[in-house]
Design a protein around this ligand. Structure first.
Ligand code: COA
Length: 263
């Protein structure tokens, strides 16, 4: 196991799974510019690390995943710096969404504002029963700026998204599961074991096929249906050229477990 730290993140790599822990517990892991920048670098490092096949993002402590953008920084934005800040956050979340490896948000407490937006950029969300999710920007007189208006409406539908965005109300993990905002809810003690179990299971699957599925879903959703189907068919053709495709089909026919190499 190899453990590195930045001032604001804990980074761990173990058995094909990279874990990033946002580590600012005194401010409930709020995302300031420096943390966002560290996160961008950590995500890029995982993108280029062939040994990392799945990623977990979580928050330190048992109270918060991420309690949003750092309100000390928000309070002093100008029109131009505010636009830059939103674009910087959007860029990091886009990197997470399109990492090409599964990213699991292990939501261990408050996921508010930018924290909920970051969780939505992840491939899969697992929440502890005690987690609370919200887009409370409206209560600060602002709107989400890290893609929240767009990802929330795509995940839970326009009506529910507008209600959450306009009221700013917190919802429980159970309610978040009911409306499709999180994939699974588990007891707090089970959160990291469950996230690791899922990450390791996904890390064992064919990496190229994983990347193309994420691409087909994310990019396909931005295309007209017919174009998205052509895109899917093209990726299907591409994946048919991989060694992993031959290994996966052969292993099935030979009644053994496939060993995927990402080639
Ligand atoms: N930015 C900066 N600091 C934050 C923060 C944020 N988004 N969220 C919490 N903090 C800080 C608090 O100011 C407090 O600092 P202090 O100890 O120096 O006073 C510390 O974290 C603990 O938070 P506190 O409010 O005392 O905890 P709580 O249990 O009473 O309430 C929350 C928890 C999450 C409900 C509350 O902190 C909150 O509403 N935070 C802001 C959430 C938000 O609006 N996020 C969206 C930003 S776009």
């Amino acid at each position: 196991m190899n453990l590195e730290t930045s001032d604001n993140l804990l980074i761990d790599r173990d058995a094909g799974v990279g874990t990033i822990t946002i580590n600012r517990p005194r401010v409930l892991n709020a995302l300031n510019t420096q943390t966002l920048d560290d996160l961008r670098r950590a995500i890029l490092a995982f993108r280029h690390d062939g040994d990392v096949r799945a990623v977990i993002i979580t928050g330190s402590g048992d109270k918060a995943f991420i309690a949003g953008a750092d309100i000390n920084e928000l309070a002093v934005q100008t029109p131009t710096s505010g636009r830059d800040l939103a674009m910087r956050g959007q860029h990091v979340l886009d990197l997470i969404e399109n990492l090409g490896k599964p990213v699991i948000a292990a939501i261990n407490g408050y996921a508010l504002g930018g924290g909920c937006e970051l969780a939505m950029a992840c491939t899969i969300r697992i929440a502890a029963e005690s987690a609370r999710l919200a887009q409370p920007e409206i209560n600060l007189g602002i709107i989400p700026g890290y893609g929240g208006t767009q990802r929330l409406s795509r995940l839970v539908g326009r009506g529910r998204a507008l209600e959450l965005l306009l009221t700013g109300d917190q919802i429980t993990a159970a309610e978040a599961w009911r409306i499709g905002l999180v994939n699974r809810v588990v007891p707090q003690a089970e959160l990291m074991p469950e996230a690791r179990r899922m990450a390791q299971a996904l890390a064992g699957k064919a990496p190229v096929a994983i990347r193309y599925i994420i691409d087909a879903v994310n990019k396909g959703l931005q295309m007209p249906f017919a174009d998205a189907q052509v895109f899917e068919a093209t990726l299907f053709g591409l994946v048919a050229t991989t060694e992993d495709m031959r290994e996966g089909t052969r292993a099935f026919l030979e009644k053994r477990r496939a060993e995927f190499k990402g080639k």
